[in-house]
Write a protein that binds this ligand. Sequence first.
Ligand SMILES: Cc1cc2nc3c(=O)[nH]c(=O)nc-3n(C[C@H](O)[C@H](O)[C@H](O)COP(=O)(O)O)c2cc1C
Length: 189
Amino acid sequence: MSLIESKDSLADIKSTLLNTLNRAGNDKRSAFRFIILNTISDGFPNSRYVVLRKFKTDTQALFIYTDSRSNKIKEIEEDPLASVLAYDKQKKCQIKLKGKISIHHKDKIAEQHWTALQGGQESYNTEKQPGKKVDSLKDSHQMKSEFDDEYFAVLVLKVSQAEILQLNGDGHIRALFDFEKTEASYLVP
Ligand SMILES: Cc1cc2nc3c(=O)[nH]c(=O)nc-3n(C[C@H](O)[C@H](O)[C@H](O)COP(=O)(O)O)c2cc1C
């Protein structure tokens, strides 16, 4: 079953897109829960998978958790513009997002998300920073003496543009939504 169909209007497609992203934040089985986050590193595109933790349909804000010492933080500090890519193989649907990221570390938003976190705190509590070269696998797993939110960061991507591509035997469906200009358009696939 595809996510969007040829009978859907642009308004239908927009609401399906926003609801699908919202669901990905709540449903661990959603194919759009694992997304590729693209940032710029020394002029080169740099990509990695992250978990879509939350998506607000009203503000188009997408939330990601990370370690404040990770490379992506430095890259975002240098250039907050980023894109996100995801694909649902079963539904044959690709979603592409563009926007600006704000970093929340040791602030109210980070605190709220840290308090609500159900497990996985160890991901933000390694002794050494993510990406650091170490002598052994054991060293790479060494935890801090206390588990806390010192290095817990929330990335909020304010989505300005979203593109959806539904592969479809009778003709692919591609559409672009601009949330800043509140524009919507079909695109040639
Ligand atoms: C399925 C999957 C989900 C991941 N989720 C996250 C995540 O939510 N946050 C995160 O910081 N890293 C996550 N990672 C690890 C990143 O892909 C990456 O290796 C790590 O964050 C370091 O990236 P950086 O050096 O570019 O900052 C995930 C990896 C995989 C394979």
